[in-house]
Ligand binder design. Structure first.
Ligand SMILES: C/C=C(\C)C(=O)SCCNC(=O)CCNC(=O)[C@H](O)C(C)(C)COP(=O)(O)OP(=O)(O)OC[C@H]1O[C@@H](n2cnc3c(N)ncnc32)[C@H](O)[C@@H]1OP(=O)(O)O
Length: 720
């Protein structure tokens, strides 16, 4: 709803729908009525609109978009039209965020003032739609076509200072936002408002080439997403058509998008991320009843690629960090990597040179473990070796304060075994980052059997503070993310053995929307990593792994990647892997006939007959293998809800948001179809353990439960 009060001759309208003042039907109606009252009231000379609490408004209520139905009247434009016609000045007083419809309300006002920390933007594109309440028509009239294209197609938030430069804000104010709004509104009473009404403003002439170029740019940058292209169409309409006609065009484009599958998937992903943030432990402790410990300072052990990346996340978030490496040469190398990454961020305008310099000033490089004595939290990021990690944790346990939290960046080792090296098992936790750690958003936090709720709360809060998307998972072989990756990678190798080329497989995945095919990703990570992990695991399990191995414990094994490693093809780092890169470190991936020969030779050796494999089969086998594993992870309680799995895939492996995540995707395919296909593959490939159908999936396939209720079957059926 919207509250209406008066301060002398000033009408103050408060958007009231905590926590973010989403513009629900009630708020829109309230706003419309309040504007009407203010305009009709003879004593009122000017009007201020502000938001209750911390935010102006986060825009339309996304939940109302649901099934793509038309918005219940009054829509935002109906509610705000009165402001356009008002002879009394209307001022938007913005604190916190004015996003989407929130900014559109502000653009209907004659003036906009904001606090220094306020943010404005049109993030609709990120939920698969466009600013459909006049935003694509009014913003270009205010700040020009080029800046509007940038803001609307990227969805980025614009800070107060930039908003002032662009002309979105008329003033930045430092005192109480309502008082300032009232003062400002009084100061503009009696001024001519004609030029303040955006719909009346002339729009600059822009050549069609600008839009042609933008279409190409957007297609490349937001590959597969339809909303950015629709945004361009709507902005182009603002240039080509009179205001009323182009508003109609904007509405039609919006209606088309709001009913699209992409919008449904992207809006699911928006809420999944928030659902995933609400973690819970099997003990019942959860994000509502556990509090994080303060992290004022941190330490990172290991200045390799991962350690340096993690340290960079910490210092760029303002957390003073001690970076410890045992060897001075490695330490210097790590620092150089960090400086290079910071230069890259400055070049990309993600931060200023001043901010980069400030970040490096709170880094304390050291070759002395004792320097970790006073930090609140340590993240160990040395290579995957259990004995080494245990040694480090035992040492940390002695050096650090008793309350210090000890985290490991292990991607596969048992958290409990690492914790056993300490006398503070409740304070040991996994914080698994994804390479490159400075860029990738996922932080997979892994609890062990003794990890306390307070420790979990601390690493979850830390994740958000360092701009990651933290997800909580339990301990199992490879944890949730990499465990799901395993059948996906394995299927890719089987497909190659059976006749698909690595380049066909990658093409299918990239056409689906993955940022890179599986084989390109392997080359980027380095094939030697998996090689070493496989050998370490084989040693641990007493398995004899040679290139001649075809079956382990009755399961089919494909060691093609290891054949490449033994031929010196380690991926990008050696200039050759599944692809040819010309020379080490170069990134352009060129299909290599030599690799096809190696595959040919491998298949001949094992008598594997090659056949033509369709794109559909490639996609189904890879996706369904990981989806089945996802259901198993869910039924085992390794994650507490399906949304966790989707968030992991979106932020850890680049699953396209417009496909919602693997669990959402499975649900869209209908679980009974997914289950049937998995059963078919299980029959056809009995030696691939990953095709054993998940019991949870089997049960769910007989129901129509929505994703948010899937876990009710696990809780109500302990037999699973
Ligand atoms: C046409 C289309 C028009 C006119 C539109 O306006 S479409 C909507 C465009 N706006 C957005 O996409 C903004 C979405 N919101 C955000 O980006 C963020 O929530 C925020 C930056 C505004 C605040 O971030 P933060 O402080 O981290 O808080 P949360 O993200 O956790 O949000 C708090 C709870 O509010 C719910 N929420 C947020 N925005 C909306 C919204 N527009 N509609 C409905 N609900 C919204 C969010 O889900 C959180 O709910 P809980 O998880 O706590 O239940």
């Amino acid at each position: 709803m919207a509250n209406y009060t008066k301060r002398d001759e000033v009408a103050v309208i408060e958007l009231n729908n905590p926590p973010v003042n989403a513009l629900s039907f009630e708020v829109r109606s309230g706003l419309q009525n309040a504007l009407k009252s203010a305009i009709d009231d003879q004593d009122v000379k000017c009007i201020v609109i502000h938001g209750k609490g911390k935010n102006f408004s986060a825009g339309a209520d996304i939940k109302e978009f649901g099934a793509g139905t038309k918005q219940q009247k009054p829509w935002i434009t109906d509610a705000c039209r009165l402001a356009d016609e008002s002879s009394k000045p209307v001022v938007a007083a913005i604190a916190g965020t004015a996003l989407g419809g929130g900014l559109e309300v502000a653009l209907f006002c004659h003036y906009r003032i904001g606090t220094p920390s306020c943010r404005v933007g049109f993030p609709e594109v990120q939920i698969g739609i466009l600013p459909g309440a006049g935003g694509t028509q009014r913003l270009p009239r205010l700040i020009g076509v080029n800046s509007s294209i940038d803001m609307i197609t990227s969805g980025r938030h614009v800070m107060a200072e930039e908003a002032m430069k662009l002309g979105i804000l008329d003033k930045i104010v430092t005192e109480d936002i309502i008082e300032e709004g009232v003062k400002f509104a009084k100061s503009v009473v009696g001024l001519d408002l004609a030029h303040r009404i955006l719909k009346n403003r002339k729009i600059e002439a822009v050549s069609p080439k600008v839009f042609d170029d933008e279409i190409s740019r957007v297609k490349k940058k937001y590959k597969g997403y339809i909303a950015p292209l629709f945004c361009l169409k709507a902005i182009q309409a603002s240039v080509q058509l009179p205001y009323d006609a182009s508003m109609e065009q904007e509405l039609q484009l919006f209606q088309h998008l709001v009913g699209s599958n992409q919008a449904k998937a992207q809006q699911y992903a928006f809420f999944a991320e928030r659902t995933s943030a609400r973690w819970q432990l099997p003990t019942g402790a959860n994000s509502q009843n556990a509090s994080p410990l303060p992290v004022k300072t941190a330490g990172v052990i290991g200045a390799g690629t991962m350690g340096a990346g993690i340290a960079l996340c910490l210092i760029t978030s303002g957390i003073p960090t001690v970076l410890v490496e045992q060897d001075q040469k490695f330490l210097e190398k790590g620092i150089k990597t960090m400086e290079g990454d910071l230069r890259g961020s400055v070049a990309l305008k993600k931060m200023t040179a001043e901010q980069a310099k400030k970040a490096m000033l709170i880094l304390k490089p050291s070759v002395n473990f004792e320097d970790l004595h006073d930090v609140d939290l340590v993240i160990e990021a040395v290579y995957e070796n259990l004995a080494l990690k245990k040694e480090i944790f035992a040492k940390l346990d002695k050096i650090c304060q008793p309350q210090t939290i000890l985290c490991t960046n292990t991607s596969s080792l048992d958290i409990d075994m690492i914790a056993e090296a300490t006398k503070r098992m409740d304070k040991v936790v996994g914080t698994h980052f994804f390479a490159p750690a400075y860029i990738m958003k996922l932080q997979e936090n892994v609890y062990g059997k003794n990890t306390s709720a307070e420790t979990v709360a601390t690493v979850m809060a830390l994740g958000r503070r360092i701009r990651k998307v933290p997800v909580l998972v339990g301990t199992c072989e490879s944890f949730a993310a990499n465990r799901m990756l395993h059948p996906y990678v394995t299927e890719a190798l089987y497909l190659v053995e059976e006749g698909a080329s690595p380049y066909e497989v990658d093409q299918v995945l990239e056409d689906f929307g993955m940022p890179m095919g599986m084989f390109r990703v392997s080359d980027l990570s380095g094939l030697d990593i998996g090689y070493k992990v496989r050998r370490e695991a084989a040693k641990r399990q007493g398995i004899d792994l040679t290139l001649g191995t075809r079956f382990v414990n009755g399961e089919r094994v494909c060691l093609l990647a290891d054949v490449l490693v033994e031929k010196g093809r380690l991926g990008i780092k050696s200039g050759k892997g599944w692809y040819n890169y010309g020379s080490p470190g170069k990134k352009e991936a060129i299909p290599d006939p030599e690799v096809l020969d190696i595959i040919e030779e491998h298949c001949r050796k094992f008598g594997i007959k090659k056949q033509k494999i369709s794109s559909q089969e490639i996609l189904e086998r890879m996706q369904l293998a990981l989806i089945n594993e996802g259901f198993r992870i869910l039924e085992e309680g390794i994650v507490s809800k399906p949304e966790d799995i989707d968030v992991i895939w979106i932020y850890g492996f680049g699953w396209p948001k417009y496909m919602g995540g693997p669990m959402f995707y499975a649900n869209e395919m209908k679980l009974k179809n997914v289950y049937r296909k998995i059963c078919d593959f299980h029959q056809k490939y009995p030696f691939s353990i990953h095709w054993t159908p998940s019991k949870l999936l089997a049960r769910l396939s007989e129901t129509d439960l929505p994703i948010s209720n899937w876990t009710s079957l696990i809780n109500s059926n302990s037999k699973l």
